[in-house]
Design a protein. Structure first.
Length: 369
């Protein structure tokens, strides 16, 4: 499925979305040969450490691409839902529920970017009142069919005043997908009662990004570390309370999660825990490229065309269990002019994981805020 793009559908982000700094380093750009333009660029904020896409398709392009994907999958009898993934999603949310209940009690919850809504079933089965918000109808309709209360809309279109305030608002592996992450965080804050809580979980850059594949990951518009996620919350009126490093499943990479509280942020609050260095970032994005001695920065990566709304370019249309399985099918070869993306036989996906421990227990740190 080819997805065309033009200059009119591309936007440029000149300031860091988390701290508004202009001080950034470009890491990579991606050029579509069929469209003859750079449509994706990754930059590193030298101030807070956020990795973000400084050139990217705009929201309308994504909305149209999602719709085109649904039509393509339906007409070709492709089922985008992997039941193994859905079972893992339920287990992940069940573990998150246990982690959160160690610190707070709550009855009602809303999940921003709930996907299929399977995870919310773990909450409703424990007596919680649940609501999901999901812009991608190909995902939302799966949960709706199972009786989950899902609103199919974007954060730009939703009116928070039309919804009842809840005890807890969540964004679980969704904030990195939103075009306007600050608008998403403000919405999360507005959805909870005064003094209520917001749980945000994202992939941890140091665990999740291990090679050049992330330069092509259209689905992720941001890569967070502890400092950049804390800064994003503080900038939008959320006080960080608990820092966690949960895992999606045993042996998988550690994620980054913070339980925030809605309230008046003390003036001058500036918590510093960890941010990756520029060398950390460059080493990870260069990993897996052959002929590395020819590499120059920022990397220019060439793909033949855009054929996937999440991965930019995939060798085939198969629905995989993990992003890592798709990544394992791609090769990156450096030439004198650019890095060319190709395909290879599937390799063992385990090499793409950094598993610091096999334990399921989540590491939790209470923040002095």
């Amino acid at each position: 499925m080819r997805l065309n793009i033009s200059e009119h559908s591309i936007e440029h982000i000149n300031q860091c979305p988390a701290c508004e700094s202009n001080n950034r380093e470009c890491v990579s750009s991606v050029y579509s040969e069929s469209d003859e333009l750079v449509f994706f660029e990754t930059s590193y904020c030298l101030h807070c450490g956020l990795i973000y896409r400084s050139i990217r398709p705009d929201l309308n392009w994504f909305l149209n691409a999602w719709e085109k994907r649904e039509v393509f999958q339906t007409s070709n009898n492709i089922n985008p839902i992997n039941e193994i993934i859905e079972e893992e999603r339920w287990n992940r949310y069940n573990n998150i529920l246990s982690d959160i209940e160690e610190f707070i009690t709550f009855d009602s919850v809303i999940d921003l970017g709930c996907g299929t809504g399977t995870g919310l079933l773990a909450f409703s089965e424990k007596g919680k009142t649940v609501t999901g918000i999901e812009p991608d109808m190909s995902r939302a309709k799966y949960g709706i069919a199972k009786g989950v209360n899902i609103i199919n809309t974007t954060i730009e279109e939703i009116d928070s005043s039309s919804l009842s305030s809840v005890d807890l608002a969540m964004s679980i592996h969704s904030l990195e997908h939103f075009h306007n992450m600050n608008e998403a965080i403000v919405l999360l804050k507005e959805l909870v009662k005064e003094g209520g809580y917001v749980y945000i979980e994202v992939p941890d850059f140091m665990s999740y990004v291990n090679d050049a594949n992330d330069s092509l990951y259209l689905g992720h518009l941001y890569n967070f570390s502890t400092d950049s996620l804390i800064q994003a919350g503080l900038s939008n009126g959320l006080i960080p309370k608990v820092l966690m490093y949960p895992r999606s499943r045993p042996g998988a990479e550690a994620n980054l999660a913070i339980l925030f509280q809605r309230g008046l942020v003390p003036e001058g609050m500036d918590l510093k825990y960890f941010k990756p260095s520029l060398s950390d970032v460059l080493v990870r994005y260069a990993s897996g490229i052959t002929n590395i001695d020819l590499l120059t920065w920022p990397m220019q990566i060439n793909i033949s065309e855009i054929n996937d709304v999440s991965m930019a370019w995939k060798p085939d249309s198969n629905v995989t269990r993990t992003v890592q399985e798709t990544n394992a099918k791609r090769t990156f070869t450096c030439t004198t002019d650019f890095v060319k993306v190709g395909s290879q036989a599937v390799v063992n996906e385990d090499k793409y994981y950094i598993a610091l421990t096999e334990k399921l227990q989540t590491l939790k740190i209470t923040l002095n805020a």
